[in-house]
Design a protein around this ligand. Structure first.
Ligand SMILES: Cc1cc2nc3c(=O)[nH]c(=O)nc-3n(C[C@H](O)[C@H](O)[C@H](O)COP(=O)(O)O)c2cc1C
Length: 327
């Protein structure tokens, strides 16, 4: 069974984000447990050319989980075969993703609602994977904890070694309150560790999630996007927000690594959303964010970072106040 140490904050898999340069940035700030981006079983089975990059692990990465999504038995089996040739610490089965691309294949959150089928497929992964298998899912209902408890028990019986529960139903996607009380019911009902997920944006909301769910481990997602300092803050209550120079330095390192990882053209294109996240909630002017939308060269990046480093204009802050993530 996997026991994450008490009071750990894990980083969530984030599709389109948690690639190797992203995780390196998180790790610079103390993140130990991290995941690849979610990988589609079909892409693995059919050797999509992006797969090796999506599965790449840095030599310095101390621990890395891979997350798999899919609902087709044959593809899942083929993907485990492929994943068995790589070096990961665990295999997480996605039963919570609500996006249409995944839902139309009956995978992710749609599969999470089909308790018996989800458990059957997870059992298959457990049987064939050479590394431990876990699941990440959502609460099934906001009104009836028993439905989520039933799913959790089935997944436990099928061999899941931990369960991460996002405390929102699939219809809410990523907004609305996080039902930590339902996560607490699940935790009490199963023997395997349960990881609480949803709404963690700072040390206070991390403590609140642990306290209300009774879990000893939680998982951050949007609260760490553009804010790897969340991991510093959780380890050290006195950790101060980054200065403007530290913010600019982190962006420079992160995006520099992206251009090495993807090449300049794709690197800068993918980097735009990443840079926007770093600027979000920090009251930078709209004109600067607009420029980021056209980022395509090292010169552009340096000019943007020169502006980021400017001494704070009235009201500008380096503390992070994301909207709409917390409860
Ligand atoms: C951009 C984005 C990408 C995501 N990708 C994944 C993913 O690949 N796998 C997964 O299990 N969850 C994914 N999630 C969901 C998060 O892991 C997390 O469960 C959710 O955001 C709730 O946590 P939060 O309120 O702290 O953000 C994604 C969320 C976002 C916003």
């Amino acid at each position: 069974m996997i026991f994450y140490p008490d009071n750990t904050l894990i980083m969530a898999p984030l599709s389109g984000f948690t690639d190797l340069p992203y995780r390196r940035s998180l790790r610079r700030h103390g993140c130990y447990y991290a995941f690849t981006e979610m990988i589609d079983a079909g892409s693995l089975a059919y050797s999509n050319p992006n797969v090796p990059r999506m599965l790449s692990r840095g030599e310095e990465e101390p621990w890395l989980g891979v997350q798999l999504v899919g609902a087709d038995e044959a593809m899942l089996l083929k993907s485990v075969e492929v994943l068995n040739t790589y070096h990961f610490d665990l295999l997480d089965f996605n039963l919570g993703c609500p996006v249409p691309k995944v839902a139309k294949k009956g995978a992710g959150a749609v599969l999470g609602r089909k308790t018996d089928e989800a458990a059957r497929l997870l059992e298959l992964l457990v049987k064939h994977s050479r590394i431990p298998v876990t699941a990440k899912t959502r609460i099934v209902s906001e009104d009836d904890p028993e439905q989520t408890v039933r799913l959790a028990r089935k997944l436990e019986d099928a061999g899941a070694q931990t369960l991460t529960i996002h405390g929102r139903i699939k219809e809410r996607v990523y907004s609305g309150p996080v039902f930590h009380d339902i996560i607490a019911e699940v935790r009490k009902a199963v023997k395997i560790p349960v990881v609480a997920n949803g709404g963690i944006v700072n040390r206070a909301s991390w403590e609140d999630a642990l306290c209300r769910s009774g879990c000893t481990v939680a998982m951050a997602a949007r609260g760490a996007m553009g804010n790897p300092w969340l991991f510093d803050e959780v380890r050290d209550p006195d950790h101060r927000p980054p200065t403007l120079d530290e913010l600019a330095d982190e962006i420079a390192l992160h995006i520099g690594e992206m251009t090495i990882f993807y090449g300049d053209e794709a690197g800068f294109r993918i980097a735009r959303k990443v840079v926007l996240d770093y600027l979000r909630g920090r009251r930078f002017p709209g004109a600067l964010r607009n420029r980021v939308s056209f980022l395509k060269s090292h010169t552009d990046l340096n000019e943007i970072l020169d502006e980021v480093r400017q001494p704070a204009a009235a009201g500008r802050q380096t503390g992070f106040s994301p909207d709409g993530i917390g409860v």
